[in-house]
Design a protein around this ligand. Structure first.
Ligand code: MET
Ligand SMILES: [Zn+2]
Length: 346
């Protein structure tokens, strides 16, 4: 078990304490943009909206804040310098768009706080600002996400991709996001051990001072999607001083309980989980395939179990909505309920 010697050690535990013990992460971001009509059939995916509809990006962040999120994740998941350049943007423009993703999330937080202040004036005249703490997490999607061929769900990059390839691919983006005003970096949907290692080495080599979380995805509840052991992956995260939370995202809710227990075997850092709706992404069709989708009510009814298993940060990933987050936030604020009764009405 690791605890670093710098300020990152207590960053997340302090934040969790301010939030009342548990923290609410936002829900599916890109899929929520789509629900509002954005066409994300593009190698840049949600990052396309940084160019075409920044107002919509801001609105979706605000919707998640209104729903109770303590952490909003930027639209940079698939925003890469290489991806922007392939679209004809200059390197400077690409870097500016990365920074813009963080600025927009920060703007949404400002608007949210202003509104809270105004509402509290309306109600009490006291001008007290809402004390709900909000962090902006700069998203870094995997190399597979940039390839936009679904390999973030297979973790198979082939033999030609080495640790160095991955480090060089991510280096500049991580540097920029670390200096963008974001509170932390969210390394999301990490599909294999090699990429976790690349992130950990990058954080160290670049002397990144803001904290980060590592979040893996799994399709069997035992390993990460590449077949690498979740225990080994989570151990890499554990040994990295800048990492303040370790967990799982974009994974079916039915696998989450076992994965929390596995992660906790190798780390005492806070555990973050933000499952998807339980549907599967079909890379060929470029579509989420329905069938095993878990309804919001069912998803949320697991929160007590996941909390008892040891998770402290809860949100949703693809195809979850502000309603999911509203329900999660309601469940978590009702701490007196025994976990078995955490089924709630939407
Ligand atoms: C494929 S997982 C995507 C995670 C990202 N934070 C999003 O919701 O857009
Ligand atoms: Zn997802």
């Amino acid at each position: 078990m690791v605890s670093g010697s710098n300020g990152t050690t207590s960053f997340m535990t302090d934040f969790l304490q301010k939030c009342g013990g548990y923290s609410v992460v936002d829900g599916g971001f890109a899929t929520e943009l789509e629900r509002h009509g954005a066409d994300l059939n593009d190698p840049l995916w949600s990052a396309k909206c940084l160019v075409s509809s920044p107002h919509l990006v801001r609105k979706v962040h605000l919707d998640y804040l209104d729903a109770g999120a303590n952490i909003i994740i930027t639209a940079s998941y698939q925003a890469t310098i290489q991806g922007f350049e392939a679209k004809g943007f200059s390197t400077e423009e690409a870097e500016a768009l990365l920074r813009r993703s963080v600025e927009i999330a920060c703007e949404a937080r400002e608007i949210y706080y202003d509104r809270c202040m105004k509402d509290s004036w309306d109600f009490t005249g006291s001008g007290r600002i809402s004390s709900r703490p909000v962090l902006v997490a700069a998203s870094v999607g995997s190399y597979g996400a940039y390839l936009a061929d679904g390999s973030e769900y297979s973790g198979d990059y082939g033999d030609a991709v080495s640790l160095e390839t991955l480090k060089e691919f991510h280096r500049r983006r991580v540097q920029i996001l670390a200096n963008s005003g974001a509170d932390l970096i969210a390394f999301e949907t990490i599909p294999n051990k090699l990429e976790a290692k690349a992130y950990a080495e990058l954080l160290e080599e670049e002397g990144i001072t803001i904290p980060a979380w590592f979040s893996f995805n799994s399709k069997d509840g035992i390993n990460v999607v590449s077949g690498d052991s979740i225990l080994e992956c989570a151990s890499i995260a554990d040994s990295c001083e800048q990492v303040v939370a370790v967990g799982i995202n974009c994974t079916s809710p039915r696998f989450i309980h076992g994965l929390i227990l596995s992660v906790r075997k190798v780390t005492s850092k806070p555990v973050i989980i933000y499952p998807n709706s339980g549907e599967t992404y079909n890379a060929e069709l470029k579509k989420w395939v329905e069938s095993t989708g878990v309804r919001d009510e069912d998803f949320v009814s697991y929160i007590g179990k996941w909390r008892d298993a040891g998770a402290s940060l809860f949100g949703g990933c693809c195809r979850t909505t502000p309603n999911t987050i509203k329900a999660i936030s309601r469940v978590l604020s009702n701490k007196s309920l025994p976990s078995a009764n955490l089924n709630i009405q939407m």
